[in-house]
Design a protein around this ligand. Structure first.
Ligand code: TXA
Ligand code: MG
Length: 326
């Protein structure tokens, strides 16, 4: 398949949007930027196109997709929004926060569920695309299932050129990590289903009390969190403190190490990436996993931050990438 590559530096935005919309209208799949990670999208009400996303990504059929909207009117057509959810929408959208709400659409469009996950991205290309299509766009993160998400055009180009109808180049994404998913389908309760670019502290600062996903019951609610995800090809070792780092080095003697973290280690490394702060760690996490995977190293060693602020999302992605739980 020849993939249509659309580049805002080379073409007027309205022409790019018109071309991408015409691809979506003819049951095509479009990779587009959002403020979090790139998405691989289809018209939510075109099941032929939606099914293509699952095939191209190799995604499990029981893992539902997020509906991306450009207005609150669009959400009202998709879901029941109680007054609690309305307040959250008003305060935080557009932005990296996905709301699980009671669905209004036929189950065949809501992946067999009685809820839908909805978000309004804070990216002008994404918003224009959805607005011009005049229909929600369902989109998972644009990566082959199980692999690190895409936070730059080169990632989606490498993963999907020749496999999708169209890719819109939006450069680097702002947050580098996916949206936070909360279930607010019940009045006055906010369950955290997936930590993300929007921290629990950000929500609590505005008076939204968040129920954390400590029980297995909650894990069931967000089907995507059951799968191993984001994994690099190289073995990934995680440490929380210097003792754990020393133990890892005992274990991987003579191996070439690709290192990433906030802490600047004195241990021998072949590649070393030290982040200034958690914002940078979150932003560069997937790009660094992809980068280290291509380098001449044997193992990746990464610092596992605590659950504070953005650390919760970085920690979640690293744990799922390594396939272990703590
Ligand atoms: O930032 C993001 O959220 C990116 C960009 C492209 O918008 N999208 C993204 O989609 O990360 P995906 O498919 O990789 O992750 C969506 C998560 C999955 O864990 C999925 O199980 C969950 O949202 N989800 C979707 N619909 C749901 C529903 N009705 N109830 C509970 N969880 C749902
Ligand atoms: Mg994903």
């Amino acid at each position: 398949m020849k993939t249509l590559i659309l580049t805002p530096e080379k073409e007027k935005l309205e022409d790019i949007i018109a071309k991408a919309v015409s691809v979506l209208r003819s049951s095509g799949v479009v990779v587009f930027p959002t403020e979090t990670v790139y998405g691989i999208g289809a018209d939510a009400f075109n099941l032929t196109a939606v099914n293509k996303i699952f095939e191209i990504k190799g995604r499990a059929k029981d893992n539902p997709l997020i509906f991306h909207v450009s207005s609150t009117t669009m959400v009202e057509k998709l879901a029941h929004i109680n007054s609690f959810a309305k307040k959250i929408v008003k305060t935080f959208w557009p932005g990296p926060l996905t709301l699980v709400l009671k669905s209004k659409v036929d189950r065949k469009y809501s992946f067999g569920l009685d809820t839908v996950a909805v978000r309004m991205p804070e990216n002008y290309i994404a918003l224009k695309l959805i607005e011009s299509l005049d229909s929600p766009v369902v989109a998972p993160s644009a990566n082959i299932s199980g692999k690190p998400s895409s936070t730059d055009f080169i990632h989606v180009y490498n993963d999907f050129n020749g496999k999708v109808d169209c890719i819109i180049d939006g450069g680097k994404t702002v947050y580098g990590i996916e949206s936070t998913v909360i279930d607010v389908s019940e009045e006055n309760v906010c369950y955290l289903l997936r930590p993300g670019a929007f921290s629990v502290e950000d929500l609590e600062e505005k008076g939204i009390k968040v129920v954390l996903p400590e029980s297995n019951e909650l894990k069931k609610r967000s089907p995507g969190t059951r799968y191993r995800h984001y994994a690099p090809d190289k073995p990934l070792f995680l440490f929380e403190n210097e003792n754990e780092l020393a133990t890892i080095y005992e274990e991987i003697k003579n191996k070439k190490v690709g290192y990433m973290g906030l802490f600047d280690t004195n241990f021998k490394t072949s590649e070393k990436i030290v982040f200034k702060n958690l914002v940078e760690y979150a932003k560069m996490l997937f790009a660094t996993l992809r980068y280290l995977d291509c380098k001449n190293i044997d193992v990746i060693v990464a610092e596992l931050p605590s659950n504070k602020g953005l650390g919760r999302a970085v920690r979640d992605r690293l744990l799922r990438a390594s396939g272990v739980s703590r």
